[in-house]
Design a protein around this ligand. Structure first.
Ligand SMILES: [Fe+2]
Length: 164
């Protein structure tokens, strides 16, 4: 996904900016995919907990949309091109495809919580990568995303944690 850097007065070193743009675009592909997965769950969930899950999945999608904007714009701030087209996302997202056959709340909760957990894992790794590269601001951005994804994961996962 290499693109030409746009000249900028940003004082981060070019190799650092290049590495961060690549990292940001990878997380962008994943979060765009994840946001659509949450919408897929929002639209199609059925069952006894319908309204709670329908609304929760929409809240998840909305919050992810906020991260999407911040991640994409940081790539551009650093002189990059934000790669957010459906074609790029479908090629580069690392999330498993979301099954269009899911219906019950439990199945959507299981699928979406796995996807959130996977994105949470790569986001935590992105915090470390950005910190090691010397870009504290990108690390901070990913830290904020990571903390929020942990919370979203809790909100979704709590639906399958009480078994009694
Ligand atoms: Fe809706």
């Amino acid at each position: 996904m290499k693109t030409k850097l746009i000249p900028t007065k940003n004082s981060l070193r070019e190799p650092t900016r290049r590495a961060m743009i690549e990292l940001l675009n990878q997380q962008l592909a994943d979060v765009l995919d994840l946001g659509l997965q949450a919408k897929q769950a929002h639209w199609n969930v059925k069952g006894p907990h319908f309204i709670g899950l329908h609304e929760l999945f929409d809240k998840v999608a909305e919050e992810l949309e906020g991260f999407t904007v911040n991640i994409a714009e940081r790539a551009v701030e650093l002189g990059g091109v934000a790669l957010g087209t459906v074609q790029v996302v479908s090629k580069h997202s690392r999330l498993p495809a979301y099954s269009p056959d899911l219906a019950s709340g439990q199945k959507h909760v299981a699928a979406l919580s796995s996807a959130l957990a996977q994105f949470g894992t790569t986001t935590r790794a992105a915090v470390d990568t950005a910190a090691k590269a010397g870009d504290a601001d990108t690390a901070d951005l990913f830290t904020e995303v990571s903390r929020a994804v942990d919370k979203l994961l809790w909100l979704v996962e709590a639906h399958m944690q009480a078994k009694e």
